[in-house]
Structure formats: C-alpha cells, structure tokens
Write a protein that binds this ligand. Structure first.
Ligand SMILES: [Zn+2]
Ligand SMILES: [Zn+2]
Length: 320
C-alpha cells in the first residue's frame, strides 16, 4: 500500500481495531459515504510497536540487515533498542555501531543502543571492558547498560563470577546515571538480593528483558523501578505460567521485545527472529489483557518513551 499512515474512518462509538494482522501496518477501513453522516470522526491511527531488545549485529543478518530494518519500520516499530556485547566482551560496541549506521530510509534516529557484558561471558571480562563501556556510554543514543545479570540455567560462567561482573556493571551504571537491561534465568533470588543491595537506591531502574520469573519477582522488581518486557516465548504453547504473569502486570509497566535472532513468536517459531515480528508478541499480550492490539502496542511505545525520556519516535509521515 502506498500510504504510510493507517488512515481509519472511525464512527463513534469507536471501532475496535486490530491492526497489523496482515503483513502491512496500514489498513484502510473505508465506511460507506452514507454511513459517515452525523456523529463521525476521522482519525489517523498508526500501528506502533517497540522492540526493546534485539541483537542484529551477528552473521544471521549480514545478507539482509538493511531489509530487516526496513521491515521493522514498515511494521510500525517506533523504537528499536539494539543490545551489544552479548556475544562476548570483544563485541562491545556492536549496538552503537549499528545505531550509527543509519541504513534505513528516514535515518536511524529511532534506533538506540545498550551495551553490556552478558552473564554467559562474565568469565571473559577484564578491566579494559569497563573502560570501553564508559566510552560507549557517551554516544547520544546510548540508553542503558546491558544486558547484564545472572543465568544459572546454562552456567556458562561460574556463578560467583557472574555475580561479581553483574555488580561491577551496576556500579558503573550508577556512576554513569544510566538504567540497566537485566537478563535473568533461574537466578531470581540472587538477582533480587543484588538489586536490593546494589541498585534500588540508585533510583535508576531498568528493564527485565525476556521476563521469565514469577508474579512475585515481577512485582518486587517493579517496586525497584523496573519495566517488564515480554518476548516471543509468550506465544509458545507451554507458556501458560508466563502468560498468567503477563496478564497481571500493570499496563503502564509492560514492554515488548523480539530478542532477535532468538525466540521468534508463533507463527514464526523456529525461524530467525526479526524486530517486525514483535507485533505477534504485542498481539498475544493484547489478547491476554483483553485490549486492542493497537492500544497495547501504543502503550508499550509510550512506556518505553517515557522511561527513557525520548523524543517522539520516528515519524511515519511520508518521507519519500
Ligand atoms: Zn538475554
Ligand atoms: Zn539479549
């Protein structure tokens, strides 16, 4: 479709829209002219989403990275947070470099960066990496330190080292006055203890990415200033417990993410993920909550924008 905005003629009371069920964010709902007499309104509704967590620097995207970003733009992704460094401390800077590359029509001003030493890679961290993070944080679209945290499922690094590197990065984030992006798997008791002791008093909060904890974990950490971000695994058949938690998170604390290239949501499960697919996660969350997909997407965008105090996301008005 040629137009960019989702132009919808809406009668009052407002139609409940479920935008984005097709491949395009743009849907025109045309009403017969006769039906438009009387109390009518014409508003523009844009399907909009936030992808609060994606890894796009890897070889999975070497052949079509620009096209992946174009599809994200076309799907209505207003903010994209790229996560750098997760493949090892030697890859720190990947997200900042990608945010600078601006490969998408209209510029890359909607693409932001976060960098951190992943718990899997904690045993490979040395003093130089903290200096690199300090330098990267000067980038104007650098939003957070992360992903950082604890992963006791894989135990790729010894747990004591994971805790040490996590705490050190929390201290760095406090020094830089930046929020943190948390990765936590099967380590919630330790995570909560460390946040309470080393982070809560900063008042900086952060994002619990790809949340997999309990309702109690979520609420305890929301009290410490965290938003709760859900990924494509919320759409998986066996995710009833996670869906139950997601249905109880206040709408103004919810975020959506792709966690590309991992965890592609149904119906893309098993394939390479990409930011455009975040709408499937938004749709699943909206269904759980009994709200419009458009409303859920917009709320998550607002949550992200408000938390990081960002300017208006990339305009979807025609720029060609
Ligand atoms: Zn993670
Ligand atoms: Zn990640």
């Amino acid at each position: 479709m040629a137009g960019w905005g989702l132009r919808v003629m809406v009668l009052i009371p407002r139609l409940r829209l479920s935008a984005g069920s097709s491949c395009s964010q743009q849907q025109t709902v045309a009403r017969p002219a006769a039906a438009l007499r009387g109390a009518e309104a014409c508003i523009t509704v844009n399907a909009m989403y936030v992808d609060s967590h994606a890894h796009l620097e890897g070889p999975e995207y070497d052949a079509d990275r620009a096209a992946v970003l174009e599809r994200a733009r076309d799907a209505g992704v207003r903010y994209l947070l790229l996560i750098g460094g997760a493949r090892g401390p030697e890859t720190l800077g990947a997200a900042v470099a990608a945010a600078d590359a601006n490969p998408v029509a209209g510029g890359g001003q909607w693409i932001y960066a976060s960098e951190g030493i992943h718990p899997h890679e904690a045993s490979r961290a040395d003093a130089s990496h903290y200096d690199i993070l300090r330098r990267l944080a000067r980038h104007p679209r650098f939003l957070a330190i992360g992903e950082i945290g604890l992963d006791y499922h894989y135990d790729h690094s010894p747990r004591g080292v994971q805790r040490e590197v996590f705490i050190r990065q929390l201290e760095l984030a406090r020094e830089l006055r930046l929020p943190v992006i948390i990765h936590c798997r099967e380590a919630w008791a330790d995570l909560r203890a460390i946040i309470a002791e080393h982070w809560q008093s900063s008042g900086l909060g952060g994002i619990l990415h790809c949340f997999s904890g309990t309702r109690d974990d979520a609420f305890a950490l929301m009290d410490c200033g965290f938003l709760v971000s859900f990924a494509g695994n919320i759409t998986f058949k066996k995710a009833d417990a996670l869906r139950s938690v997601a249905s109880q998170i206040p709408l103004d604390r919810l975020l959506t993410e792709s966690d590309s290239p991992y965890l592609a949501p149904v119906p893309h499960r098993g394939k390479r993920n990409e930011p455009a697919f975040v709408r499937e996660t938004a749709r699943a969350l909206a269904e759980l909550r009994g709200v419009d997909e458009a409303e859920l997407g917009r709320q998550a965008v607002e949550n992200f924008k408000g938390f990081f105090r960002l300017p208006e996301g990339r305009s979807l008005s025609p720029s060609r």
